[in-house]
Design a protein around this ligand. Structure first.
Ligand SMILES: *Cc1c(COP(=O)(O)O)cnc(C)c1O
Length: 364
C-alpha cells in the first residue's frame, strides 16, 4: 500500500461541490480583489478565533513581518522566539532588522516558558510564540512574563487554527495573532493566503494600509507598504473550510488518538500534550534516535514521511551572520535530528492508518 504524508486532494473532494460553487460564484462576479468575499471571511474568521478584527493578507510570512513592522520593532531590538520553529517565524523578525533570540523548546515542542526570562535584556521588545505542530503553547505563563516585563506578544498561529489554551483560542493572547492559509495548514486555501487577528482597532487599520501599498485613500500613500492581499477566490474557498473547521480539526484529533493508542514501539517517542493545551495536529510528530533507518524502512513499505524541520534556524546558512554554532541549542538540535512527521491528513482512510501503525510497530 502507498500512504503519503499528506493528501490535499482528499481535503478538496470532501467538500467538492461547495468549493466549486464558491469558485464559480467569484469567477462570475467580475470582482477579484478586495471585495465582499474578503470582508465576509475577515468577519467570520475574527468570530471563529474570538478576536475583534481580522485582516486578510497574501501569506503567513507577510502577517509576521508586518506585525513587527506595525509594532515598531526593528534594528537594535530583540525578539524572543523558540529555536525549533519553521524559519518563516524568524524571517518575520529579521526582515525588520530586529534580532531573534532563541529559547529552547519544552517536551511539547513549544517554547519552554521557564527559560524565557533568562533571555530578556534591555533590548528585548517582544516574544514571538509559535504554536508548533498545532499544540497551543502554555500561554498563562507566557502572558504573565510579557506583562511583567512590558513586552509585546505576537503569536505565530500558522499551524494552530482554532487550537486553544484553557479555552482561549490561539491568536488572541497578545497584540497580534498571525495566520497562514497555505494549502497544507489546518485551514488551507488553494494557493497562498494569510491573515492577522487583533483586538486593536489601530493595529487592524494600520495593517489594512500596509497591505495595500501603504495607502488608505487611493493614490495617497502614507507609508511604504507592500502588496499583500487575500484575493476573492481564496477568501471564498476559506469560507467553505471555515464552516467545516470544527469537523476538520476533530477528524485529525481522532486520527491522532488512534496513533496514541495503538503505536507501540520502544524505538519511538510519541508526542505529548501539555495540561490545558489543545492540539489540532497540523502534524503528528514522533521522535526516533534511528530516524534515517526508520525513514528508509517506511519508504520501502510505501509510506512517506517528512522532517519538520531538519535544520534549525540558528544553523541555517541564511543566519550565519547571527554567529551561532552547532551545540548552542542542544535540545533544538536534538529535535532536528530526531523528529519525524508521519501520515496525517483529512480524509485519511482507516485501512491506510492501520497499515501505517502495523508497519511502524514492526520496525526493529
Ligand atoms: C507555514 C508557516 C509560516 C509561513 O506561512 P506562509 O503562508 O507559507 O508564508 C510561518 N510560520 C509557521 C510556523 C508556519 O508553519
Amino acid at each position: 500500500m502507498e500512504v503519503q504524508t499528506n493528501r490535499l486532494d482528499r481535503g478538496f473532494y470532501k467538500y467538492q461541490q461547495e468549493f466549486e460553487n464558491a469558485a464559480l460564484r467569484v469567477l462570475r462576479s467580475g470582482w477579484y480583489i478586495m471585495g465582499k468575499e474578503l470582508s465576509q471571511f475577515e468577519e467570520q474568521f475574527a468570530d471563529y478565533v474570538g478576536a475583534k478584527y481580522c485582516v486578510g493578507l497574501g501569506n503567513g510570512l507577510d502577517a509576521l513581518w508586518l506585525a513587527f513592522r506595525i509594532l515598531g520593532i526593528g534594528k537594535g531590538d530583540e525578539v524572543i522566539v523558540q529555536g525549533n520553529t519553521y524559519i518563516a517565524s524568524v524571517m518575520g523578525i529579521t526582515i525588520n532588522g530586529a534580532t531573534p533570540v532563541f529559547v529552547e523548546p519544552d517536551e511539547y515542542f513549544n517554547i519552554d516558558p521557564s527559560q524565557i526570562e533568562d533571555k530578556i535584556t534591555d533590548k528585548t521588545k517582544a516574544v514571538l510564540v509559535v504554536h508548533l505542530y498545532g499544540q497551543a503553547s502554555r500561554m498563562d505563563r507566557i502572558v504573565d512574563i510579557c506583562k511583567r516585563h512590558n513586552l509585546r506578544l505576537v503569536e505565530d498561529c500558522a499551524q494552530s487554527h482554532g487550537s486553544a489554551f484553557k479555552g482561549k483560542v490561539t491568536g488572541t493572547f497578545g497584540d497580534i495573532g498571525c495566520f497562514s492559509f497555505y494549502p497544507s495548514k489546518n485551514i488551507g486555501a488553494f494557493g497562498d493566503g494569510g491573515a492577522i487577528v487583533t483586538d486593536s482597532e489601530e493595529i487592524a487599520k494600520e495593517m489594512k494600509i500596509y497591505r495595500n501599498y501603504g495607502s488608505e485613500k487611493r493614490y495617497y500613500n502614507k507609508v511604504v507598504g507592500t502588496n499583500s492581499r487575500l484575493d476573492e477566490i481564496q477568501a471564498a474557498m476559506l469560507k467553505v473550510r471555515l464552516e467545516h473547521a470544527a469537523e476538520l480539526n476533530d477528524e485529525k484529533k481522532a486520527i491522532a488518538a488512534e496513533y496514541d493508542k495503538r503505536l507501540d514501539n520502544s524505538l519511538i517517542v510519541l508526542p505529548k500534550t501539555a495540561e490545558g493545551a489543545d492540539h489540532i495536529y497540523h502534524q503528528y510528530v514522533i521522535r526516533c534516535r534511528e530516524r534515517e533507518r526508520l525513514i528508509s524502512y517506511l519508504k520501502d513499505k510505501g509510506i512517506s514521511t517528512i522532517i519538520h524541520y531538519p535544520i534549525p534556524p540558528h544553523l541555517a546558512e541564511a543566519y550565519e551572520y547571527l554567529g551561532h554554532k552547532k551545540g548552542d541549542y542542544p535540545i533544538t538540535e536534538q529535535y532536528a535530528d530526531e523528529v519525524l512527521s508521519i501520515p496525517m491528513f483529512n480524509g485519511m482512510l482507516k485501512e491506510e492508518q492501520d497499515y501505517v501503525i502495523d508497519v511502524i510497530n514492526s520496525f526493529r
